[in-house]
Design a protein around this ligand. Structure first.
Ligand code: ADP
Ligand code: MG
Ligand code: MG
Length: 869
């Protein structure tokens, strides 16, 4: 049977899992010889056993606690139950990962009506009753959920009635207060236990149970902390920072947690206890002033702070108390910090030779990197902001601007030098120019991989999607958020990292993509084995991707290239052509456009590889929908509107997602794919003649059957050879590969590999097709799924390893049976997800590809995945 309780000084190496973070560090500090008040830790295992079966407490744990208290009495030469030499203790929760403020602490445990009198005699009335009233208040709050405010109100009323502060009460008046506090318990149908042992038992059980309270659960969800760990309970003899002006309590970071500067940063209060420093009742003093007030204690503190930092090799967040000039250290942990500080501290520690480069790479979280390359709202300002709506955090960043509801308006305002926030039901490719000039994009529909989300992430623009509670009335240019009506031009703020929309403007802080980041990522690259490519196609996105350190392009979509005004018209001509001549003429125009595009794209990525995907969306996405637009198009084509309308209607599909798209277009309209491939090779050859080395990689989308691939590959290869001939150049190496994005393709991957030079998993469609969830509609139910614990993650954000991941794993194995060493990548959204990357590493993927702004975080994530494997 495992031990249920450990004393701080006991030699064991069980660490955080068993003792919780606080307990493990108290033990560690005790062994280092720091002045830590004595105590013991009830293990997390005991907590789990109790939560599974409450009788465990009575049957087993109880006697161990009693034995431990007896031992503590001997160690401290005090008594927990008798009236002399009072031993008082704190009961402190502490889980393996720190969950600040999640589970509460009770101080001064062991006082009761009788013992407080002898305590008052030994010390003084004000102090003793300060401790006792705090105990009642904390005990009521933690054990019986009686709101702390109730106690404050009672105290306040009595102070008013007696016309003095509690510290000036006579002993009778103090007792009057205690009685009033006790009646508060009674009105809640409970009573405050007078027996110290009973207090201890109740407090311990309450801390155990707090592991499962709602806010603790939510906190764990957000921070990916497993629910089965449990919390430890630390019982520690009290020291008193509230025993006069030579006493006090404080909290100090060994380095500045917002900038990383190597200088003590913290606060303290004279004559105070526990959380007074953070409670905001009195204004604390900066730590430096302690040097003048209590110089010996200060000097000692500085010494221990250095020792702890050295020992833990990280910035520490230290809680201390001084009792009559004697210093006690009550807690230390690795301090929370901003992304900027995290980076600064890690690099400084490497420079100070306390940390290796590898440790530094492992220490920074990929999420923190996101904060470094996007502006964020000033935390302080956020607390006062009016929240209008929440949606999905589709693209990080923070922005403020004037509200607009159309892309046109966005452009118009932008031209006037205004900052705009574009709010739409959903965006479509026609909105692109409006999106480019917007500070942020918000949609009331759509998920994390909707058009708006993908485009915004690509541009590094802040974006919130699926804000279902917004009611947009485009006609009247207004929007309702609950009962607030907003009109065009109103100021709003968007937080793309939390998915929140706020009223008014909120100041942001910009954290720059600085040299520190470059340095860290350069180290990361040394440890990585997975390569990081980018999903990008416009020249500026390609440039951004390369600047962020992409090792190539994993997905350049070609459909975006058809959306400019002139181009879409030619595309429409191709689709609606009535004879071959018209068709060929339009196709030639498109060839010219594409050739120029590819030329620029190849040039932008220079010597890095780029996979170009052939046309993927269904044809009707290029066609107009409103009568107005149809009339214009008819005029341009010199045709009757009704005729054009008829043709458009014929192209409509019941289920476009499963419709006539991807390689199916290649089969029915080979000339379009041939045109694209000709354009790719013409520009590659042109660049070659100019002295560049280009090795085109062409990708065929949405393949589900090997004959599809064989058919298309055959005519594409012919086209390539023709092109070489036409241009009179020696054939050079190139690759034709396929995207794997359908379950069937995974199952026949060995066969597909015979006709494919490489694979790239399109995890967006693959997830969609495997679950049968439309990725644009998942927003309607994913939150319910999460609340009911049916699904923990949105599978479009983090790979579903059990289902979709299994298909990928199978396909990789099958493909490599056919072609050992075949290059295989991931180009869906989850490719850039730090939680999915270790899986890709494990199953032998060669590279992941993600939007340009996710590249820095992904570079770090792939290094970490390799280091921990
Ligand atoms: P949290 O997890 O919220 O940091 P703690 O268990 O650290 O909670 O308790 C909060 C504060 O209570 C500590 O910072 C310290 O000031 C005070 N405290 C806890 N235990 C003792 C003790 N044994 N003696 C004096 N003060 C204590
Ligand atoms: Mg707390
Ligand atoms: Mg603490």
């Amino acid at each position: 049977m495992n031990k249920l309780i450990y004393f701080f000084e006991e030699d064991n190496n069980s660490g955080k899992e068993l003792l919780g973070g606080k307990g493990a560090n108290l033990a560690e500090m005790t062994k280092l010889g720091l002045p830590v008040p004595s105590g013991f830790t009830i293990t997390t295992e005991s907590c789990i056993r109790f939560l599974n079966d409450e009788t465990f407490f009575e049957k087993e744990l109880k006697e161990h606690i009693i034995a431990s208290i007896n031992k503590l009495e001997q160690q401290t030469n005090k008594s927990f139950t008798e009236e002399n030499h009072l031993l008082l203790v704190s009961v402190r929760s502490g889980a393996a990962s720190s969950m600040p403020g999640m589970m509460d602490t009770i101080l001064n445990l062991g006082l009761n009506d009788k013992r407080v009198r002898s305590f008052a005699k030994l010390t003084n009335v004000a102090f003793a009753y300060d401790c006792y009233s705090r105990l009642l208040q904390m005990f009521g709050d933690v054990v019986y959920s009686i709101n702390k405010e109730n106690f404050n109100r009672v105290r306040h009323d009595l102070e008013k009635q007696l016309n003095k502060k509690q510290q000036d009460f006579s002993e009778e008046q103090q007792q009057q207060l205690i009685e009033a506090f006790k009646s508060l318990f009674i009105t809640h149908d409970v009573r405050f236990p007078q027996d110290p042992i009973e207090q201890l038992f109740e407090a311990t059980k309450a801390v155990f149970k707090s592991w499962n309270n709602q806010r603790a659960k939510v906190y764990r969800e957000i921070h990916h902390i497993p629910h089965h760990l449990g919390t430890a309970v630390n019982i520690q003899s009290m020291v008193f920072g509230n025993s006069g002006n030579n006493s006090g309590t404080g909290v100090v970071f060994t380095r500045n947690p917002s900038t990383g500067e190597n200088k003590l940063f913290g606060e303290f209060l004279i004559n105070a206890q526990g959380e007074d420093v953070v409670a905001g009742i009195r204004t604390p003093e900066p730590i430096e002033t302690l040097q003048n007030l209590l110089p010996t204690a200060y000097k000692e503190f500085v010494h221990y702070a250095e020792q702890l930092e050295k020992h833990y090799k990280d910035m520490q967040d230290i809680e201390f108390t001084i009792e009559n000039e004697k210093l006690f250290i009550l807690q230390t942990r690795n301090g929370k910090r901003t992304a900027k500080a995290a980076l600064q501290i890690a690099l400084d520690l490497v420079a100070e030779q306390r940390l290796t480069k590898k440790e530094a790479v492992l220490r920074i979280s990929p999420e923190a990197i996101d904060q470094l390359i996007h502006p964020i709202f000033d935390e302080k300002e956020l607390t006062n902001a009016k929240l209008l709506a929440t949606g999905l955090p589709a693209s990080p960043g923070a922005a403020t601007g004037e509200l607009v509801f159309t892309a046109e308006k966005a452009k118009e305002y932008h031209a006037l030098g205004k900052k705009v926030i574009l709010v739409r039901q959903e965006t479509s490719p026609e909105d692109i120019e409006g999106m480019v000039v917007s500070q942020a994009i918000v949609t009331s529909r759509g998920g994390m991989t909707s058009h708006a989300a993908v485009v915004a992430r690509g541009m590094g623009t802040c974006c919130v999607t699926g804000c279902e509670s917004l009611h947009i009335q485009e006609e009247s240019k207004t929007m309702m958020c609950g009962d607030i009506r907003l009109a065009e031009g109103d100021l709003v703020s968007v937080d793309g990292s939390s998915g929140c929309l706020y009223l008014g403007d909120i100041p942001t802080i910009v954290v720059e993509n600085n040299q520190n980041l470059q340095q860290l990522l350069a180290w990361a690259d040394e440890y990585a084995s997975l390569k990081v490519r980018a999903n990008a196609e416009t020249v500026s996105d390609l440039q951004t991707a390369i600047d962020f350190g992409a090792s190539g392009i994993g997905l350049a979509r070609t459909e975006h290239m058809f959306f400019g005004e002139k181009r879409v018209l030619e595309m429409r001509r191709v689709i609606l052509a009535q004879d071959n001549q018209e068709f060929e003429a339009a196709l030639t125009k498109l060839l010219e456009f594409q050739q120029e595009d590819f030329y620029q794209m190849f040039k932008a990525v220079h010597d890095k590889p780029m996979i170009i995907r052939l046309l993927d969306p269904p044809m009707h996405e290029f066609l107009p929908h409103t009568m107005n637009e149809i009339n214009t198009l008819a005029k341009q084509l010199k045709r009757r509107p009704s005729e054009v309308q008829n043709q458009i209607e014929k192209l409509q599909e019941t289920n476009p997602m499963l419709g006539h798209r991807g390689c199916r277009l290649g089969i029915t309209e080979p000339k379009i794919y041939q045109m694209q491939v000709r354009a790719i090779f013409n520009s590659a050859i042109k660049l070659m003649k100019e002295g560049f080395l280009v090795r085109p990689e062409v990708m065929i989308p949405l393949v589900s059957e090997e004959n599809e691939l064989r058919n298309i590959k055959e005519f594409l290869t012919e086209t390539v050879l023709e092109t070489f001939k036409e241009q009179q150049v020696e054939p050079f190496p190139y690759e034709i590969g396929t995207m794997i994005e359908l379950p069937r393709a995974c199952l026949i991957a060995d066969r597909l590999a015979m006709n494919s030079d490489f694979f790239s998993f399109g995890t967006n469609d693959l997830t969609q097709m495997t679950f049968g969830f439309s990725r644009d509609d998942i927003g309607k139910f994913i939150n319910s799924y999460k609340e009911k614990e049916i699904m923990v993650q949105d599978p479009f954000q983090t790979l579903d390893q059990t289902g979709v991941g299994e298909l990928i794993k199978l396909a990789v194995a099958k493909a490599r049976q056919t072609k050992e060493g075949m290059m295989i990548g991931i180009c869906g959204e989850v490719g850039g997800d730090p939680y999915s990357i270790p899986f890709f590493q494990k199953i032998g993927i060669d590279y992941i590809s993600c939007s340009p702004y996710r590249i820095p975080a992904a570079r770090l994530a792939v290094a970490q995945a390799n280091l921990i494997n």
